[in-house]
Write a new protein. Structure first.
Length: 379
């Protein structure tokens, strides 16, 4: 009996020391907790800071605003840090148009949709590839890009706003497909912005989470039936909502063990590299885009934009990593532009000629010039 007691005491002391050690190394950033501060070592279930201003009622004032159909978009006639300006419809525009409150044309030759790489994060409007494309071709071009969008949101915004145009270019980076697989943006990093999500069935598709839950509605407890539906549509979700009330969530060592197991399940190649259900789902969304454009007599083009992630994937594989998605786009009859070989050559020669040297994520002005010229040659 004494031996068993001693073993139990040693185990309890060891567990206690482990708990203390884990608590020392768990770092909170925003609404997420990470072990040793590593973004890929997120702690589950996510524990939200309910006192945060992030849960205040949404407002329409500001450049980035809540959007009931899309999750978020841009406000009407708004600016952000004197770099970004939006027009009456929430589309990015020049500072001059913003100051003069000048409306755009009723019809555009080209509409550009997508995420921050289309919007032109980190550069002035005049340095974005949609504006440069307009300058180089003499065609009217509208920039409908919104930071953080997956291909689903970009396409839904285009279909909802219905801008009159001849051609639409969907600019996308590799992780835009992965964003479309989930209903909460960056959930595992503490994200609280919900978004719409396509659900396909035998008769077509429905769009879930419209109107989109606000952050406050997402984290309200007990969770509403709609919130439960949104949680269940998170990619890789494993009833984290139900686990919030388990006794072991108060022990960081137990959370770390559980989180480590979940992280291993979540580690998959990006959807654009995998010929599986995730890619087929994304191609179905692109097919909706293509069919809508055909009905409207608009020419759809998918611009495959390389960022640091896809460039690293290329360096590892030694092959053009857009090949699989390109073949899928061919199968549904959508024209696409793949400039990975050219982008890689630029990046190898001088990274700042492609990626912003200070911000380190989005394209530099030189990178936007490359894209505009690349598109112009292939239109």
């Amino acid at each position: 009996m004494k031996t068993v007691k001693h073993i139990l005491i040693i185990l309890l002391i060891t567990w206690g020391l482990a708990e203390v050690a884990v608590r020392i190394f768990v770092v909170r950033k925003g609404h997420a907790e990470y072990f040793a501060g590593k973004a890929w070592r997120y702690m589950l279930p996510v524990k939200y800071d309910h006192s945060s201003a992030d849960f205040n009622p949404p407002t329409n004032n500001g450049y980035r605003v809540y959007d009931s159909l899309l999750g978020w978009s841009h406000g009407s006639w708004q600016s952000d840090d004197s770099l970004y300006f939006s027009d009456a419809l929430g589309f990015r525009c020049s500072k001059d148009r913003f100051q003069q409150k000048q409306d755009g044309p009723e019809r555009y030759d080209i509409v550009c949709i997508g995420n921050s790489f289309t919007h032109g994060d980190a550069v002035a409007y005049e340095d974005t590839w949609p504006h440069l494309l307009s300058q180089q071709t003499g065609r009217s071009v509208l920039n409908m890009g919104v930071g953080g969008y997956g291909i689903d949101q970009a396409i839904l915004r285009f279909m909802h706003r219905r801008p009159a145009c001849d051609t639409v270019i969907l600019g996308m980076v590799s992780n835009d497909l992965d964003r479309s697989l989930t209903s909460v943006y960056n959930y595992y990093q503490g994200g609280i912005k919900t978004k719409p999500k396509f659900k396909f069935n035998d008769s077509g598709y429905v769009v879930l989470n419209q109107p989109c839950l606000t952050p406050a509605e997402l984290v309200q407890r007990p969770a509403s039936s709609k919130a439960i539906e949104v949680y269940q549509e998170i990619d890789g979700y494993n009833d984290y909502l139900g686990k919030e009330t388990k006794w072991w969530v108060h022990l960081q060592s137990m959370r770390l063990l559980f989180s480590s197991i979940e992280q291993m399940k979540h580690r998959k190649p990006s959807a654009y590299l995998s010929d599986d259900d995730r890619l087929r789902y994304c191609v179905s969304i692109l097919d909706v885009f293509g069919k809508y454009c055909k009905q409207q007599e608009i020419v759809p083009i998918v611009l495959l934009i390389d960022n640091v992630n896809s460039i690293n994937d290329r360096e590892k594989s030694g092959q053009n990593t857009w090949t699989l998605l390109s073949s899928k786009l061919d199968s549904i009859g959508i024209k696409h532009m793949n400039g990975q070989d050219e982008a890689l050559a630029i990046y190898r020669r001088k990274p700042a000629d492609l990626i912003h040297p200070e911000e380190q994520v989005h394209y530099s002005p030189a990178g936007h010039r490359f894209l505009a010229a690349f598109i112009q040659q292939r239109l």
